[in-house]
Design a binder for this molecule. Structure first.
Ligand SMILES: *[C@@H]1O[C@H](CO)[C@@H](O)[C@H](O)[C@H]1NC(C)=O
Length: 245
């Protein structure tokens, strides 16, 4: 039957297009302990997975993001949630005590993976790992396929182990996070705000240099050099918490 077979053909074509559409993210927890990834779409973009979920040590999940998605992903650790209500708290990266962040960002300090997977002007993907909001867990984002120029965005080292004491966030005697100098001081100089709100006036500081030395492939402060920003066009990316280094 010509009609039905061409309908089936069109159906199969549109199926494969919808599968190819968008970008796949594979989120891997390589840490020794559980991680609760938080995920937040930028303004005008959806928030997948209700904004958060639990990943056991060694577990991974795969998410399909729509074309041109933009947003951030961070790891929460030391969480405890009520199974029925999904309410509780996390030691770091907490989003109002909810398992599913549903549009609420994480409390700094937290290592953040930022991405824009295409815009109305360009189909290229931009992504980075940022320490601008401080550090809690090591994380990396690497493309699978995509070719030349597609690089690794990462902060693979455990910054908590060499955090300047003025920036430490301690819980139960243990350093669980390392604040950005902006968060610790709330001053324009470190936050690149007020009279320091430009690339010319906001320079690296003794603290951002520490971050840059430990994690050269991550943004250490708001106007860090753009080598930390990766540009690529890959069908899928792997985000790994506690990547092997
Ligand atoms: C994504 O952006 C491209 C241009 O780069 C545009 O042609 C396309 O329609 C956009 N897709 C969606 C789903 O917004």
């Amino acid at each position: 039957m010509p009609t039905s077979s061409s309908q089936i053909f069109i159906f199969l074509i549109s199926m494969s297009i919808s599968i190819v559409d968008g970008t796949q993210l594979i989120i891997v927890n390589n840490c020794k302990e559980s991680i609760w990834p938080g995920i937040l779409g930028s303004a005008g973009h959806q928030t997948p997975q209700d904004g958060g979920f639990h990943l056991y040590s060694g577990e991974q999940v795969s998410l399909q993001l729509p074309e041109n998605w933009s947003g951030r992903i961070w790891g929460r650790q030391g969480c405890c949630f009520d199974q029925k209500t999904g309410k509780g708290s996390c030691l770091t990266g907490d989003c109002a005590g909810l398992l599913h962040c549903r549009g609420i960002g994480g409390v700094p300090p937290a290592t953040v993976v930022e991405m824009t997977l295409g815009t109305s002007k360009s189909s290229l993907h931009y992504y980075d790992v940022s320490l601008v909001d401080g550090f809690n867990v090591p994380v990396s984002m690497s493309p699978i396929g995509g070719g030349v120029g597609c690089g690794l965005a990462a902060c693979e080292a455990d910054v908590n182990k060499c955090c300047p004491s003025a920036l430490e966030m301690r819980r139960g005697g243990k350093v669980v996070g390392c604040k950005s100098a902006c968060l610790a001081s709330k001053s324009d100089k470190y936050c690149c705000t007020g009279q320091f709100a430009s690339r010319q006036s906001c320079k690296p500081t003794v603290f951002s240099r520490v971050f840059k030395a430990i994690c050269p492939r991550a943004y250490s402060y708001a106007y860090d050099d753009s080598t930390s920003l990766k540009v690529c066009k890959a069908p899928r990316y792997v985000i790994t918490f506690c990547p092997p280094n």
